[in-house]
Design a protein around this ligand. Structure first.
Ligand SMILES: [Zn+2]
Length: 498
């Protein structure tokens, strides 16, 4: 027994919180899950439970059904062992060696001093260990899957081998949600696409004008794609394409955005304006186009405070892209479909298919001469058909404009199932105990469930969890009363499944 004070002792559910406090003492940021896997494996060995650990440190523990309930279908409980390691600017915390310093406020919110708490998803690990330690009676066969590196690319889920681990369940409760009273019932899949258009250069003849758009709100390309944020790269395409008729210019360089899964907030393009006498006019015309954009009735208010500058550079340009290249780049910016592509026919308000053009950049050779313009985008849908469609669409678009598309990092979605006995059961149990009907949500972003569902075959899945706030930040908090209610729901659902 440790002699240090147990911050969480005295709170309920005692067993879950005791395991959680143990977990918080073990460093376990993404990619560093060996020690926590050791702890879980030792837990299983001490109790004589069948335990399988794979090369990436995913752990799978099986608990047989209680006597007389062997014919009840097995259920998988699942959560991830890794946490995001974020700390305050002045913190000296070392995530590789130090345990977290827990505290609890008057309302029962647990947090860690100066760091993330890892309630996401340590509380799932703790709940699974508490269930394996002292299961609700009666219970079906329970298979607990502890995955690694969820936060950095769902790597544990990708590595999970249901055959090697002898997983048999077709029902799964994922414990990686962060809002009590919400039941997640589906998620999207997705893929990344890069289109490169080759650049032919020629000697520049005019004056260089740099156009910069900045200060758009941006956002997550999945869960915020329906909110109407302006894509800074598409906005740049609109402004420049509107000026190709009155002005004779070609592109020198383009760059915008930073991540293919974030809606871009900025974009900068430098052009070679051949009609040097009208540089001031051109700069004014750019601003006028930006004002037209700002007055679009459909623009969200927060985006209206974007800035647009058109700056005539003192040094004459040396090289610019030729007209054909310029035309191809501007055409792509006009033609590529971005934002919400279609809505779900089954779930009201759910985006079914979306795309985000997240990054544009000019690739150069060793001497700084442009060789290609690269566009990186992320497409999402739970439907494989949509992703196939998108793949063909972007391949065709690139080919028509003389470029090439490559698709990568494709991952499967978890399609909303119109019929789900587990969802109905969880809802009944929640209504029975708390009189609360959970809100069913399907999210337009990737979860481990999509990959696991694809690997396990026919699965009935729900994703649930207790209330957390500000996850992935040093302000992260986890509600003890919510853990207690959620844990009881999980236990009662297991009892009902038996
Ligand atoms: Zn998580």
């Amino acid at each position: 027994m440790s002699t240090t004070t147990r911050i969480l002792s005295g709170y309920e559910p005692a067993s879950v919180l005791s395991f959680f406090e143990d977990i918080c003492a073990i460093p376990h940021v993404s990619g560093d899950e060996r020690a926590i896997a050791d702890y879980i494996e030792a837990f299983a060995k001490a109790r004589g439970l069948s335990c399988y650990r794979d090369a990436v440190h995913n752990v799978f523990i099986k608990l047989p059904a209680s006597e007389g309930h062997e014919s009840a279908p097995a259920v998988i409980l699942q959560g991830h062992t890794d946490m995001v390691g974020e700390k305050t600017a002045d913190s000296t915390h070392n995530f590789a060696t130090d345990g977290l310093k827990l505290k609890v406020d008057a309302e029962g919110w647990i947090s860690a001093t100066d760091t993330t708490l890892g309630g996401d998803d340590g509380i799932a690990v703790a709940m699974m260990l508490a269930i394996l330690d002292n299961p609700p009676q009666p219970h079906p066969a329970i298979e607990c899957l502890f995955t690694v590196s969820e936060e950095t690319g769902l790597e544990g889920a990708w590595a999970f081998d249901p055959v090697a681990m002898e997983a048999t369940a077709h029902t799964m409760i994922n414990l990686d949600s962060e809002a009590e009273g919400v039941l997640t019932a589906g998620c999207s899949g997705g893929m990344r696409t890069d289109i490169t258009l080759p650049v032919t250069c020629e000697s520049a003849e005019g004056v260089a004008v740099r156009v910069t758009l900045d200060g758009f709100t941006g956002g997550h390309s999945g869960v915020e794609i329906h909110e109407g944020h302006t894509n800074a790269i598409k906005a740049m395409g609109r402004i420049l394409s509107a000026l190709t008729e009155p002005y004779d210019f070609s592109l020198i360089s383009v760059s915008g955005g930073g991540k293919d899964n974030a809606i871009p907030r900025d974009c900068t393009v430098t052009v070679d304006l051949r009609d040097t006498a009208h540089a001031e006019d051109f700069a004014r015309a750019v601003t006028a186009e930006a004002e037209k954009l700002r007055s679009e009735p459909n623009m969200i208010p927060a985006d209206k405070s974007f800035t647009c500058t058109a700056e005539i550079l003192p040094d004459p340009p040396v090289l610019s892209m030729d007209d054909k290249t310029t035309h191809a780049v501007l055409s792509l910016l006009t033609l590529v479909r971005d934002g919400v592509l279609s809505m779900s026919a089954h779930v009201k308000g759910l985006v079914a298919h979306s795309r985000n053009l997240g990054i544009i950049k000019t690739l150069t050779d060793g001497e700084g001469k442009p060789t290609a313009v690269k566009f990186s985008m992320s497409t999402r849908s739970a439907s494989n058909g949509h992703l196939d469609d998108s793949q063909r669409e972007l391949t065709a678009l690139a080919a028509v404009l003389g470029g090439e598309a490559t698709h990568r990092a494709r991952y499967p979605g978890w399609d909303y199932a119109p019929v789900s006995p587990l969802r109905d059961l969880w809802t009944r149990v929640s209504e029975g105990i708390y009189g609360v009907t959970p809100r069913i949500e399907v999210i337009h972003a990737g979860l481990e469930c999509g990959i696991l569902c694809d690997k396990l075959g026919e699965m009935d899945i729900i994703s649930v969890g207790p209330d957390m706030r500000d996850i992935h930040t040093p302000r992260e908090m986890l509600s003890i009363p919510s853990v207690e209610r959620t844990y009881r729901l999980v236990c009662e659902t297991l009892r009902a499944l038996a």
